[in-house]
Ligand binder design. Structure first.
Ligand code: FAD
Ligand code: FES
Length: 270
């Protein structure tokens, strides 16, 4: 059993848990994820490693459906049954030069660990974060410390730039201020934002979020197409070259179980 050593709600419907899991923290890096199971009857869900402190790993999640709502109902001091990881390949951290790490919604939570690793590797890092409104912005102070510069965007203009991270990225691309970019958020946000660096030669990574079950390359549920080739996001990714991703296929496959997910949530609330 793995104990929740700290639990906070950090934005509307978004929770930050620190879980004691030394086997994850020993080798976990930016870009990797864990697969958790709340109890022996639970579904397995993937969540990104958002931070590491000693023997504790941080996960930040939005309570969107049955399992994430069940997880959000747990309290500090309670435990979950399993946490498998670290899974997936680490982010390609090396000396790139000037980097931007861009987060949309709960994807913002993946940025501080990445920004810190990139800076430790000698890069200059700009953080660009976006959310629908101020209440959905996350980890702002932590990111301000982790990055050389932080730009905030909200769709409704309640804080920072009134608009999208893509607007800021376009300005930086036009000013030739970047060598590598990471974009993490909902698939549609990653698809649209990554258009800003198309044909510019700027290396652009996205972290794909297809349905995952085992997280070890065996079930095939996380199949994605990258540059015309089939890849399994759980073992070959989840980070890939944004300009090679078949976005329509990814978004179609994400909707495969919409009916069952709705039914499962209804049963949970009965
Ligand atoms: P459901 O009602 O079952 O599903 C809601 C939506 O979540 C679905 O439409 C589907 O798009 C997605 N989803 C459902 N089941 C899965 C699954 N087994 N695998 C992947 N997606 C699923 N969310 C966060 O809030 N924070 C994170 O750090 C985070 N990291 C992720 C890292 C990876 C590598 C992947 C693939 C996904 C990540 N997600 C993250 C998404 C998270 O796994 C889903 O929100 C969660 O599985 C939803 O489960 P549910 O039962 O609460 O909701
Ligand atoms: Fe099963 Fe990737 S989750 S192959």
């Amino acid at each position: 059993m793995y104990k929740i050593v700290k639990r906070d709600q950090i934005a509307d419907n978004i929770f930050e848990y620190w879980i004691n899991a030394p086997h994850v923290t020993k080798n976990g890096c930016a870009g990797q994820f864990v697969v958790i199971r709340i109890d022996e009857h639970g579904e397995r869900i993937p969540l990104t490693i958002s931070g590491i402190r000693g023997d504790d790993v941080r996960i930040v999640f939005m309570a969107v459906g049955k399992t994430t709502q069940q997880l959000a109902a747990l309290q500090e001091g309670e435990s979950i049954q399993d946490i498998a990881g670290p899974l997936g390949t680490p982010s390609e951290v090396k000396k790139w030069g000037r980097c931007a790490v861009i987060g949309g919604g709960v994807g913002i939570a993946c940025l501080p660990i990445l920004a810190r690793e990139l800076r430790e590797a000698g890069n200059e890092v700009t953080g660009i974060i976006g959310a629908r409104n101020e209440g959905l912005l996350l980890l702002e102070d932590e990111l301000r410390n982790a990055c050389d510069e932080l730009v905030i965007c909200t769709d409704d203009g309640s804080k920072g730039h009134h608009g999208f991270p893509a607007d800021i990225l376009k300005e930086k691309v036009a000013a030739k201020e970047l060598d590598a970019v990471w974009i993490i958020g909902p698939a549609i946000m990653m698809k649209i934002t990554s258009m800003a660096t198309l044909n510019t030669g700027i290396k652009t990574f996205v972290s794909l979020n297809p349905i995952m079950v085992d997280g070890t390359g065996m079930c095939g549920s996380c199949r994605v197409t990258i540059g015309g080739e089939t890849k399994f996001a759980c073992v070959d990714g989840p980070e890939f070259d944004a300009h090679q991703v078949d976005w329509d296929e990814l978004m179609n496959r994400q909707r495969t179980y919409t009916g069952q997910e709705k039914e499962s949530l209804e049963h949970y609330h009965e």
